[in-house]
Each structure stands twice: as structure tokens, then as C-alpha cells.
Ligand binder design. Structure first.
Ligand code: GCO
Length: 439
């Protein structure tokens, strides 16, 4: 039977934590938070299933921090909600929002947990929509100001900070595939947002450093791409997928350039001065976060816009998202960053976990054995990488709580802790107690 005894094999300076994000847990109907592009998207596309209440972490944050502490975790990754701090415009501060994050950070620090805030986990204030959101470079500049505000006001309460969570999701998934807010399907919009989100990162590195000596990182989601067979056309298709999904962002940050195979397609659509922006985008950072969940099988197809691939799922064991268990992909990316990008960069696994079709047993308990297995298999890969001497610093399980899983609403449960969305009660699952047992 799966268990997490592997946790005992990790060095004592390796950090274990849990991760969440603002829109997914806080509840933006509380405390004067403004609307984000996700409220608009939920209304238009998800039958109004939104994050208005979510887990009401806004009211229950002390209880949640205590749960993190009681499990034995040492760090907590959360995100600031831009619309909570600036609900109406870029100059008018919501004091309740400021107080909330002060109290949250105090609580984290009082419990001897290390805060790992992320500045942007997708809840762009709704007012940016009319200017084109991330299609518009001005949003990147506004983001740098917002980053500066956070450092100025909260910077003595945390050391590590991540600028952006998952630029691929913010751009390609949201502006080309149309599956996330704002739900566009437009290659031009996607390419511009793929650049502007990176520029937002680069500009904010400077605006953060101008206030505090932070440890600054960015968080990239990586998905392993495997051609469905070894035919030349499917290998090429998998390479293109990899260049758009993974390498686009890593190349820009670590090498100051974009991968040629995707650039060949995108260059005519890029903003004119993109090359000079790449200098800003590739400013040195202090650590890299990798979010990893699964692989895709890639099959070539002919498409008008030359995005010539389809993504398929294989026949390995799957999570409730229909994502295959593919732990080898995690060590693949850790090795790749280490060997091909920067052998010194400290790496954190900032998200990893699974949605499970959790069922309560007759005792009212959730024995989420598949989730325990998922964690165990991925932790094994990390341990192998550590043994090779790769500077891996920590691991954050996704997620502390069941929460708002974006376009899937509340159906998919990723938490170590079950949430009853009627009364917000929290109940630990077996996976939580496995971490607790071995941490
Ligand atoms: C992510 C997301 C999370 C998701 C998780 C599962 O950063 O991809 O941060 O918000 O809930 O990945 O899909």
C-alpha cells in the first residue's frame, strides 16, 4: 500500500510546503475585493460558477494556517489578489485588502512557516479587459507598479517571492485555446500575451528589487510531450508543442531569446520591439518554480494557422482530470533545467498533486490512496535528482484545500483537506495525515 515514508529520506534543509491561490480559495465577495477577469469569464462561460465564496479563506485563514502548521509543513505558497488590493483603479487602495494580507503574513510568520507569495495567479482586475488584458503591454507596466506596491507594503514580511504563476496558462490557454479567462481564440492575441506576461515578470524583478533584497523567482508549468510514435512528423509535432508550452518561457528567461521553431511561426505577430524586451525578461532571478502534473501524447495534424499538433491522453493510470500519472516527466524537466538552462539555479517544485474522485467512507473519512501514490511516485523522482546533486530546494503539494478548479468549478478536488462548500468546514484526508505522520 502506498505511503509517504519517503519523506523521511529527504535532507533536513529541504522545504516541504503546500500551495494555494487567491481566487481559488479566498472568496472575493468578502472584504471589498474587486472583480477579476475570472468573474467575467465565469458569468459568460461557466454558468456563473465563480470564486465569490470559494473556501472563504478570507474568514478562515487562521484555521487554514494552523492546519498547515499541524501537518508539519515548513512553508506556505499563496498569492496576492490584485483586485483585492486595487478593486476599482490603480491608485485607490482597499485598506481591508491591505489589512487582510498583513494579518495573513503575520499569522504565517508567527507559526514559523516561510511565506512564498506569488504576485499573480490569474485574477487580473476586470478593468484591464477593455484595454486588451495581457494583449496590451501597458498591463505589464501596471503589473510592475503593483509589484512595487507589494514590496513596499509587505516586503518586510516575506523574503521569497514569485512574480507570475504559469505564463503558458495565462497566455496560450487563455488567448489561443480559449479555455481560461478571458477565453479568446486568437493566435495574434496569444502571441502578444505570451510576450507581455514575460515582460511583466521582467519589469517586476526590477520594481521588487528597488524596495527589498528579495529572493525572486517565476513559476513555470511544464508538460512532458511525447510523440505518439517515432515517425518524423509526430516527432516534429511534439517538438513544436514543447517549444510553445515549455521552452518559450524557459528560453526567454534563461537565454534571452525565443526558441526558433515557435518564433518562425510567431515572429510576424510579435510586438516590434520584442528583442529589446528580452533583455528585461532575462534579468537574473534567484530561483525557479516548476509546476508539474502530467504528459501529453502528441500527434501531428494540419492546421490553418500551422499549429500542427493535437494533444492526446494515453492509457496510463489517470487522475480525475483525466491526466495520466507520469512521474518521469518531473525528473526530466528538473534535469533539463539543470543541464540546459542554469546548473546553479535553485529549483522548487511549486505545484504537484492530483484531483481525485474522493469518496467519504462509512466513518466519514476520505482515504485518498491514489493521491498518496501520486505524491509518493513524484517524490521518488525528486529524491533521485537530489542524489545527483541538483540544487532542489523544496516541494509544495497542490493543494492545501479542495478549491475552485477554474473552468471545472468545484467538481475537481485537489486538496489534502476536504472542504464542505455549504458551511466551509474543513476535514483532513488520509493524504494530509500521511504528510503529518512523516514530516
Ligand atoms: C496551476 C494552477 C492551479 C490549478 C492546478 C490544477 O497553477 O496550474 O495554479 O491553480 O488548480 O494546477 O489544475
Amino acid at each position: 500500500m502506498s505511503n509517504l515514508s519517503i519523506l523521511q529520506d529527504f535532507p533536513s534543509d529541504f522545504t516541504f510546503g503546500v500551495a494555494t491561490s487567491s481566487y481559488q480559495i479566498e472568496g472575493n465577495s468578502y472584504g471589498g475585493c474587486g472583480k477579476s477577469i475570472w468573474d467575467d469569464f465565469a458569468e459568460r462561460r461557466l454558468n456563473g460558477i465563480d470564486g465569490q465564496k470559494a473556501c472563504n479563506h478570507y474568514s478562515f485563514f487562521k484555521e487554514d494556517i494552523k492546519l498547515i502548521k499541524d501537518a508539519g509543513f515548513k512553508a506556505y505558497r499563496f498569492s496576492f489578489a490584485w483586485p483585492r488590493l486595487f478593486p476599482e483603479n490603480d491608485n485607490q487602495i482597499n485598506q481591508d485588502g491591505v489589512n487582510f494580507y498583513h494579518r495573513l503574513l503575520d499569522e504565517i510568520n508567527l507559526n514559523d512557516l516561510e511565506p512564498f507569495p506569488t504576485l499573480y495567479h490569474w485574477d487580473l482586475p476586470i478593468r484591464f479587459i477593455k484595454n486588451g488584458g495581457w494583449e496590451n503591454k501597458d498591463t505589464s507596466k501596471r503589473f510592475a507598479d503593483y509589484a512595487n506596491f507589494i514590496s513596499k507594503n509587505f516586503g518586510d514580511q516575506f523574503k521569497s517571492v514569485a512574480t507570475i504563476n504559469e505564463p503558458w496558462c495565462i497566455s496560450w490557454l487563455s488567448y489561443y485555446l480559449g479555455e481560461h479567462a478571458p477565453g479568446k481564440k486568437d493566435l495574434n492575441a496569444a502571441v502578444n500575451s505570451m510576450h507581455n506576461i514575460l515582460l511583466a515578470h521582467g519589469l517586476s524583478v526590477d520594481s521588487l528589487r528597488s524596495e527589498h533584497n528579495h529572493q525572486i523567482g517565476i513559476i513555470l508549468n511544464n508538460e512532458f510531450s511525447e510523440p505518439i510514435d517515432q515517425s518524423e512528423k509526430n516527432i516534429q509535432a511534439a517538438n513544436l508543442f514543447d517549444a510553445i508550452y515549455n521552452r518559450w518561457f524557459a528560453d526567454a528567461i534563461f537565454k534571452g531569446k525565443y526558441p526558433q521553431i515557435s518564433l518562425n511561426l510567431f515572429e510576424p505577430l510579435m510586438p516590434q520591439d520584442y528583442q529589446s524586451d528580452l533583455k528585461t525578461i532575462s534579468k537574473p532571478i534567484d530561483w525557479l518554480g516548476i509546476n508539474y502534473y502530467t504528459r501529453s501524447l502528441i500527434k501531428s495534424k494540419i492546421s490553418k494557422d500551422k499549429i500542427n499538433y493535437d494533444c492526446l491522453r494515453g492509457s496510463l493510470k489517470k487522475t480525475d482530470m483525466d491526466w495520466e500519472f507520469y512521474p518521469k516527466g518531473l525528473s526530466y524537466f528538473i534535469n533539463r533545467i539543470h543541464k540546459e538552462y542554469d546548473e546553479k539555479i535553485p529549483i522548487y517544485i511549486t505545484e504537484n498533486g492530483m484531483a481525485n474522485n474522493d469518496r467519504m467512507n462509512s466513518k466519514g473519512d476520505i482515504e485518498d490512496l491514489d493521491r498518496i501514490e501520486y505524491f509518493q511516485l513524484h517524490l521518488q523522482e525528486i529524491l533521485e535528482c537530489l542524489k545527483k546533486g541538483i540544487p532542489l530546494k523544496g516541494y509544495f503539494a497542490w493543494s492545501l484545500l479542495d478549491n475552485y478548479e477554474w473552468s471545472y468549478g468545484y467538481d475537481k478536488r485537489f486538496g489534502l483537506i476536504h472542504v464542505d462548500y455549504e458551511n466551509f468546514s474543513r476535514k483532513t484526508k488520509l493524504s494530509y495525515r500521511e504528510f503529518q505522520k512523516y514530516l
